[in-house]
Design a protein around this ligand. Structure first.
Ligand code: MN
Length: 256
């Protein structure tokens, strides 16, 4: 398969190298990834600055480009300019840290995959559920194995497979779980500091909360040791409510 590999942690991130190693053993992999870390930029694209690209030489071990843009920029630019042929699968990750619940909205990792889906390409995002001492080796095997099965799922083109892998040894993984997004979200905590000129500045130091709950949802299932698979798409419409709202007596101001 021709695979486009991207991420939001940047082209030097160990998670990218880990899944590149397992994918490149079986597939033709081109890396188009951000030059610097772009975590939590969501689905941002670059409009007011130029986007520069740097070919990745043999020294990096990758074939492809580093891009001074966001994850969504990387996918757009790869598909419309850099790649000779469209990829058969777009893989984003492996992200350092889970992308579950409400936090999926902030995720550059998932947004890169969603961008691919908007362009009509099959796509998968993959994240490892830890920020400390990451061992990407099992998640990289999971990612490569799922890539081989992706086509067989028959997902509609607008749907992305959002995969989260627990940071556990392989023998403690409980299995696969199809999940929906949980209500887990980042609970903000800002750490104030003082700069050399005496001005206060802040570090975002939030943590994901909402660990309790339904094992049919992503974060609780991940914490219970399951590799979670959540089909996601870009449509934010609340479809269930739309039918009722169409019956509501709401109007525009009268015209003269
Ligand atoms: Mn990240």
């Amino acid at each position: 398969m021709r695979i486009l590999l991207t991420n939001d942690d940047g082209v030097y991130a160990p998670g990218l190298a880990a899944i590149h190693a397992t994918l490149a053993a079986q597939h033709q992999v081109t890396v188009v990834a951000p030059e610097t870390e772009q975590s939590a930029v969501g689905h941002a694209i670059t409009l007011v600055d130029p986007i520069r690209v740097r070919p990745l030489g043999p020294r990096t071990g990758f074939q492809g480009w580093a891009v001074t843009g966001t994850p969504a920029d990387c996918v757009k630019l790869a598909v419309s300019e850099l790649l000779k042929e469209p990829p058969e699968l777009v893989v984003s990750g492996i992200n350092l840290g889970a992308n579950v619940g409400v936090n999926v909205l902030y995720s550059g990792t998932v947004s890169a995959a969603t961008e691919a889906a908007i362009l009509g390409l099959p796509a998968m995002a993959i994240s490892l559920g830890t920020h400390q001492d990451p061992d990407f080796s099992y998640a990289a095997q999971v990612g490569a194995h799922l890539c081989g099965q992706h086509r067989g799922l028959g997902l509609p083109p607008e749907v992305v497979l959002n995969v989260n892998v627990p940071a556990l040894p392989a023998e403690r993984i409980q299995g696969l779980a199809w999940t929906r997004q949980s209500e887990a979200r980042l609970v903000e905590r800002f750490l104030p500091r003082t700069d050399p000129r005496g001005h206060t500045y802040y570090w975002q130091a939030g943590e994901t909360m909402g660990q309790e709950g339904d094992l049919a949802t992503d974060y609780p299932a991940l914490l219970a040791g399951y590799v979670t698979l959540t089909p996601v798409h870009h449509d934010l419409t609340h479809h269930r409510l739309l039918e009722r709202l169409r019956q509501e007596p709401i109007s525009l101001p009268p015209t003269e």
